[in-house]
Design a protein around this ligand. Sequence first.
Ligand code: GAP
Length: 440
Amino acid sequence: MASEIMEKLVALCKRRGFIFQSSEIYGGLKSCWDFGPLGVELKRNVKEAWWKSMVRSRRDVVGIDCSILMHPQVWITSGHVAGFNDPMVDCKLCKARFRADKLPESECPKEKGKRPGECKGELTEPRQFNLMFKTFMGPVEDSGAAVYLRPETAQGIFVNFKNVCDTTRVKPPFGIAQQGKSFRNEIVTENFIFRSREFEQMEMEYFVPPAEADTWYAYWRQFRYDWFIGLGISTEHLRLRDHAEDELAHYSKACADLEYLYPFGWKELEGVANRTDFDLKRHSEASGRDLTWFDEESKSRYIPWVIEPAVGVDRACLAFLCEAYHEDVVEGETRVVLKLHPKLAPYKLGIFPLVKKDGLRELALEIEDSLKADFTVYYDEGGAIGRRYRRQDEIGTPFCATIDHQTKEDGTVTIRDRDTLAQHRVHRSALADFLREKTR
Ligand code: GAP
């Protein structure tokens, strides 16, 4: 059942232009994905909703956009060069590769239903594999020119802590947020866009006085949970799971995963961590720069502690798509519908002339033009109205407006709601306000 839903969703994503395999005409590059015309709108909407909630609507958070390639010392100091490893094992028989710490969840590719090592194959001893992609800066490929593609966006924020403090009026508690690509040479990639080697992250490092760290950790855990619920994820499909002591990264005092019930099980969607003063302290020691904060009121100096909510854009898109996917029966026919929150839907409104003649096409195009600058709208004049509704349902368009002969007389159009199927008439001059209200 679960794999059937994923198969349907993957097929829909390809068929309707949400997500394609990278370099498909050459057979595809495993674990890399391209977002098509609809996917890119969905992704932008997810990122926009995050940025609005985390940066623009707050007084205490500013944004940043750092380069992907950074000084290699950053990754030595952060501990990634020495420790950003996963244990890897190979099957001596079929040569398949597995994460040694995920064997109970893995399956032998040859003998279905059996775990690696429980089949005829014998596994090698685990060995550590560093997940960072390495490349070379400049024309000479020697070790002095080696740089890494960032495996997280967070370090760009830490090394700019002083720049931001010196150039803005922030003071703890405050945050620096960033969205951008990250790269991890994962041993195993899985479940469509869930775990890939190139992905996007949305991270925020929130710098606080040490004594306030526990309070802010609790705050951000709940704030991030509420963000997903507000965008249509149901409470039955989202949970907060606290890490056990032995799961915590060496720099974390506490960490909670926001887990989503994907069709393939409960999996990490986002992490919220109390990173202590680990990163700023290490960068301060390694760079020789003072990364402390001087508190004018108490006349004391300290290294802020950091609370970090970190989420993958691709994983969030997948969760929203899984949550939205529905099949129901309308007029005796199975209807596939993506019940995406209007804020996230690639198109907000489908615009259909009832017929192409009698000036209705021109009128519909005029209405499309009047909305296009502010909303993503989709004009469709092909086929019966019922078919046109189905096409928009399948890509998650929350509303459709039909322009008919009455529109010519009194300026009203029929609005049809994707989820309730209810229809009502609205004056064309009220369409923009209607959409603004629904997508707020
Ligand atoms: N700065 C902290 C950090 O990077 P993480 O738990 O390793 O923490 C944060 O990553 C989020 O990034 C994860 O919760 C997940 O949503 C996303 N992510 C991590 N690895 C990923 C991968 N290989 N593919 C897709 N998303 C990934």
